[in-house]
Design a protein around this ligand. Structure first.
Ligand code: MRU
Length: 355
């Protein structure tokens, strides 16, 4: 996604405006925008993956708190009411999806500003404005972080094939992405990268979103099914695997879209470097082991009736974890906006995030 591409997340208007989301469930066939004017609409959009990808979820949730406050001035709320409504929105939005820590990180920032705003301001309008400005700051900071990740990530890539999983571009973030930012930046620098795109079962973020974004950017892309990745690596077609993350622990274990763990094992076997690119907002230093990352379980229909077409027998039992965890020892390097963490271990993560 470039500066001129449709934005995954945008705020329209002032403190009484609306959150506008590009409905990613309709892509790539239809570019439909969803105007969110109440918190349940924002919650549903996050839950149903109309907006998705760890950084974009955080940005949307931050704006979601401002959505809760959009009638504050018109309805002459008190500051106490504003605080109550914002807190309710924060608590509710936090229940939308459990794995991407960016959601909780962004909501925590909004809560911090809320406490400050209701103490410092005497007017509801000024407090609502402070909240919106914080959401905008979270959004803007992500743009800068993504470009920095791109520059560090591109330094690890040379001409040749790169394999990626799920979607980590502008649709999943503010503008340029994380893992895809590294690929876009390498391409912009004139490197001849060709991307193998895992389709990413069951919701096909790779086929629907990543292939679309790469083609829009003019990066050569080849779509494969997830089960073809091992063969592509065996044939020596890829110099590196690069993915994003939804939560990275203090020791560097990284949760990402289901299938990432298997890819890391296959990459190790074939001596292919395995990179994980993510901003510091994706790190959860309260957790050490990846085993403690909550893994979202999703509806069985995503497997049995993908996109409304039944493909499995009625009544079949399913198991549908949306994410898995790549242990630090399978990750060659973590690429952040602050720099590259290599080797991946607790000392490296702590030092880089503190820098
Ligand atoms: O379920 P999704 O589509 O929200 O999952 C997204 C991913 O797993 C991405 O790889 C991750 O959030 C990184 S986005 C830069």
């Amino acid at each position: 996604m470039t500066k001129n591409s449709p934005k995954a997340v945008a705020w329209q208007g002032e403190y009484d405006g609306a959150l506008v989301l590009l409905d990613q469930t309709e892509l790539p066939s239809t570019c439909k925008f969803l105007e969110c004017r109440d918190v349940p609409t924002v919650w549903e959009a996050i839950k149903q993956l109309r907006v998705r990808g760890a950084p974009a979820i955080g940005i949307a949730a931050a704006y979601g708190v401002s959505v809760a406050l959009r009638n504050a001035v018109a309805e002459k709320w008190t500051l106490e009411r504003l605080k109550r409504e914002a807190k309710q929105a924060i608590d509710h939005l936090a229940t939308s999806r459990p794995t991407a820590v960016n959601l909780f990180w962004a909501l925590q920032r909004m809560e911090g500003v809320l406490e400050h705003a209701v103490q410092a301001e005497t007017e509801v309008e000024a407090a609502a404005m402070r909240m919106l400005n914080e959401a905008k700051a979270i959004h803007q900071e992500d743009i800068v972080m993504c470009h920095a990740i791109g520059r560090f990530g591109a330094s690890l890539l040379k001409d040749g094939g790169v394999l990626t999983h799920c979607n980590t571009g502008g649709l999943a973030t503010s503008e340029y992405g994380t893992a895809l930012s590294a690929i876009f930046t390498a391409h912009d620098q004139g490197k001849k990268v060709e991307v193998f795109v895992d389709e990413t079962r069951p919701l096909l973020q790779g086929a629907r979103l990543t292939a679309w974004e790469l083609m829009q950017h003019g990066v050569p892309a080849t779509l494969i099914t997830d089960s073809m990745a091992a063969q592509v690596m065996r044939e020596g077609k890829v110099q590196a695997v690069i993915i994003g993350a939804d939560r990275i622990t203090a020791r560097g274990d990284a949760a990402n879209k289901i299938g990432s763990y298997g890819l890391a094992i296959v990459a190790k076997y074939h001596n292919v470097p395995f990179y994980v690119a993510a901003p510091s907002s994706t790190f959860d230093l309260k957790l050490v082991s990846g085993a403690d990352i909550p893994i979202e379980q999703r509806a069985s229909e995503e497997i049995t009736e993908p996109f409304g077409k039944r493909i499995a027998p009625v009544g079949v039992r399913t198991y549908n974890p949306a994410f898995d965890v790549v242990p630090a020892e399978l990750i060659t390097a973590l690429i952040t906006e602050k720099g590259i963490i290599q080797p991946v271990n607790q000392a490296g993560v702590t030092a880089m995030l503190a820098s």
